[in-house]
Design a protein around this ligand. Structure first.
Ligand code: FAD
Length: 352
């Protein structure tokens, strides 16, 4: 199959849908959203059972439609986000094709050729919104391969039930690490390890305040005022209720990072050891950009240099939702709307 379109959006998670919403709204553009997943919802489909958003529903919404509140939950569960995204793409009749995995994007004269596992698409512009869930990051720690117990990354963690009574080491001082550690704090022999001392945000700060902070910072930078620091300057961990409870019960005491993994556990620089049955690496993600490799745009740190959402070396390509380097707070539900609008407008202007 070979189809020719104005715009191909790669990825049908929240970022791809927000791009679709704005492309639809602008009108007159022939576009498709290609998504590798067989079902709607992007990465939210894979979240662990106890994951809750760190903002209330109304503050976790994509452009156009507020997320409805979830009955009995101030902070909605991941399944509620999946329902919301499923409804969103139907409501706005977004042309999402599933499952279609994009393998490569190449220049092809006036077009970009989008090669997939089910045919080739030709587009005058491409918006890449493939997220990072498919690229879990594991740090290079000596001895990692020698460990005889089970190792998993956040992406494979579901529920504490399968670890009851085990000696578990959770690595990571971000929100994922803190939430998984809180989940495991009651029924396992838990060691929580973080690279630097765990930094909890004040209990009254949730995702709303983080978004306000990111917005104020963007305004300050736009106006040439002093940079007060990104959201990281506030702390790393949102004290969502389960994290707060485990911390207040004295169950979330972070240890410094160990220096090597042994066959049966981990070891610190001073020779102290902890034995373990399981190590869970909550050590983050990298942007899923392999399909863009043929364009030769990679810059330092594996990112593609961007001006706003536009790839500096290829104006027909926009990158959306990967993090602050593709728009402030663009890797959040509420934050992706604005860069999605900017990308759609830029694409429309380019094609006119
Ligand atoms: P994804 O949701 O990963 O969607 C990308 C889509 O692209 C997927 O459907 C995938 O199948 C598809 N894809 C990937 N590669 C290809 C390819 N080659 N071809 C075709 N399709 C492809 N944000 C909030 O706003 N509030 C929160 O409370 C919050 N909590 C979070 C908690 C955790 C633990 C994590 C990890 C993130 C959280 N986030 C939160 C951040 C953010 O909202 C998510 O990371 C979000 O899922 C990113 O959306 P996305 O559309 O960019 O990527």
């Amino acid at each position: 199959m070979s189809s020719s379109l104005d715009v191909v959006v790669i990825g049908g998670g929240q970022a791809g849908l927000a791009a679709g919403y704005h492309l639809r709204r602008l009108g007159g553009l022939d576009f498709a959203v290609l998504d590798a997943h067989p079902a709607p919802g992007g990465a939210w489909q894979h979240a662990w059972d106890s994951l809750h958003l760190f903002s209330p529903a109304a503050y976790s919404s994509l452009p156009g439609r507020l997320m409805p509140p979830q009955q009995g939950e101030t902070y909605p569960e991941a399944a509620h986000v999946v329902d919301y995204l499923t409804d969103y793409e139907q409501r706005y009749e977004l042309p999402v094709h599933r499952p279609v995995r994009v393998q490569a994007v190449r220049r092809d004269g006036a077009h970009l050729r989008v090669e997939t596992d089910s045919g080739t698409w030709r587009a005058r512009a491409v918006v890449s919104a493939t997220g990072s869930w498919s690229r879990p990051f594991l740090p290079a720690i000596p001895g990692r391969d020698a460990f005889q117990g089970r190792q998993l990354h956040t992406v494979e963690y579901r529920t504490p039930g399968e670890f009851v009574g085990m000696r578990v080491i959770v690595v990571g001082g971000g929100n994922s690490g803190a939430q998984v550690a809180a989940d495991l704090a009651y029924d396992t022999d838990l060691t929580w390890v973080t690279q630097r001392p765990a930094r909890f945000l004040a209990d009254d700060i949730d995702g709303r305040a983080l978004f306000d902070h990111a917005t104020a910072r963007r305004r300050a930078l736009d106006e040439g005022r002093t940079d007060g620091g990104g959201v990281a300057s506030l702390g790393d961990i949102v004290a969502v209720p389960p994290v707060r409870e485990a911390r207040d019960a004295g169950l979330l005491k972070a240890q410094p990072m160990f220096t090597r993994v042994t066959g049966t556990g981990v070891e610190w620089a001073d020779g102290t050891r902890a034995e373990a049955d399981v190590i869970i690496w909550c050590t983050g993600f990298r942007p899923a950009l392999a399909h863009l490799a043929p364009l030769g745009l990679r810059g330092p740190r594996g990112h593609i240099p961007t001006r706003g959402t536009e790839a500096v070396g290829e104006p027909r390509l926009h990158l959306l939702g990967y993090g602050d380097w593709t728009g402030p707070a663009s890797a959040t539900l509420v934050g992706v709307g604005r860069p999605a609008r900017e990308a759609a407008r830029a694409v429309a202007a380019l094609l006119r």
